[in-house]
Design a protein around this ligand. Structure first.
Ligand code: CO8
Length: 363
């Protein structure tokens, strides 16, 4: 994985948010007094940690986010002859994945960039990453929001199984700070930035005791407007909508929590059962990292009891929600203690709604 070096803890984020709120309320004092405008309310770090489990987040840029006059990352535009920000992140993560697998770029013939937001429409970021790494073959981008990485894993498994590729890099450069509304009290604390990469190869190409077998993948989608972002190429067709909150991340957090949690638990249970496995046989669940309470509820529903921190590890405190990278970061940081034959499930969930379950076994 690639982790941006800069971090923002809850106290720093709340201090900047509350300075923005004071400025806003001061500047709109007359309209607020006349009842034409609603005064903004301050945020609180104690609420953030209790409601979400998040303590800090890594970000591409701190200064812009913490500037009460700006409230968004400051990421300078780059010329077309420079690598894009997402390409830079992806190359670091891919090189680490290859080194861990004992492979070189010559062993890889496909790249899938799977993430929530791409920094441009075209050319595909994945093709830029492919060129930057020097990989022969093909590449494409895909987006299924928080489930991009697990859906990307299934696409990679399909390619390896049907022979269109022999080894596929699935890379998720998530710059969530780019589309988070840092002036929205309900969600300003939710996201962080990171990039993960996974190498998927044919079973016969992997040495004994190396990596994980993918026993199966299961994808589920169900349409919902409860997590939405209307930013897109048609925005300029109606200038009145430009800059409105719906052109960034918006959600009905409570509804998401209530609707998605049971769906995720059912998906994992159904997936395990289709593989003739039981929840008791799981050594670990690497769940999507959006909300600590949500993960505890899902793990409890799957296992029929509370999960230990070892059974359902949490990286939210350090990284916040990194969209599709979250469950893969949990996997990356909490996989080395597994013994040959140990079973686990990587499970993402998020906008769409979309759920991706990947059952793996330590080789
Ligand atoms: N500080 C202090 N108080 C606050 C704050 C704040 N910052 N925000 C809200 N409050 C108050 C509210 O006003 C409310 O007060 P009252 O009870 O008096 O009305 C009280 O706290 C409770 O508010 P909520 O009901 O909103 O709080 P919740 O307990 O529901 O917690 C969460 C909010 C943390 C957002 C929670 O609902 C949650 O995490 N839900 C799950 C959401 C989820 O998993 N979403 C997944 C989205 S991620 C995804 O799919 C990827 C999308 C693509 C990536 C986008 C990148 C930007």
């Amino acid at each position: 994985m690639y982790t941006p070096p800069a971090t923002i803890d809850n106290e720093e984020l709340v201090e900047a948010f509350n300075a923005y709120v004071a400025l806003y309320n001061e500047r709109h004092a007359d309209e607020i007094a006349r009842g034409e405008c609603v005064a903004l309310e301050p945020s609180a770090s104690a609420f953030i940690e209790k409601a979400s489990g998040i303590k800090r987040r890594h970000v591409i840029d701190r200064e812009g986010i913490l500037d009460p006059e700006r409230m968004c990352p400051s990421i300078p535009d780059r010329g077309n002859d420079q690598p894009s920000v997402q390409c830079d992140m992806a190359v670091v993560a891919c090189n680490e994945a290859l080194a861990q697998a004992g492979r070189t770029v010559a062993d890889v013939d496909a790249v899938i960039v799977a993430c929530s937001n791409l920094q441009r429409a075209y050319p595909a970021v994945s093709i830029e990453v492919q060129a930057a790494l020097g990989i022969q073959g093909f590449a494409y981008d895909m987006n299924v929001a928080c489930s991009s990485a697990t859906f990307g894993l299934q696409a990679a498994v399909n390619a390896v199984e049907n022979g269109t590729a022999k080894a596929v890099l699935v890379v998720s450069p998530e710059i969530c700070s780019g589309h988070l509304n840092f002036t929205d009290r309900d969600s300003h604390f939710i996201f962080g930035d990171a990039c993960t990469a996974i190498l998927v190869e044919r079973d016969s190409d992997v040495e004994a005791n190396q990596g994980f077998d993918i026993l199966g993948t299961r994808l589920v989608t169900q349409y919902s407007n409860n997590i939405r972002n209307n930013f897109g190429f048609l925005n300029r067709g109606d200038e009145s909508g430009i800059g409105k909150p719906d052109k960034l991340f918006i959600q009905q957090g409570r509804k998401v929590f209530k609707e998605v949690s049971p769906l995720v638990a059912e998906t994992i249970q159904g997936h395990l059962s289709s593989l003739s496995l039981t929840p008791e046989s799981l050594r670990r669940m690497w769940l999507h990292q959006a909300n600590l309470n949500m993960n505890q509820l899902i793990a409890r529903r799957v296992l029929g009891r509370d999960a230990t921190a070892e059974e359902a590890p949490v990286i939210l405190d350090e990284y916040a929600n990194t969209s599709s990278a979250g469950s893969i970061i949990a996997f990356h940081k909490h996989k080395d203690d597994l013994a040959t034959g140990d079973l686990g499930v990587i499970c993402s969930f998020g906008a769409g709604y979309s759920i991706g379950s990947v059952v793996v076994r330590r080789r």
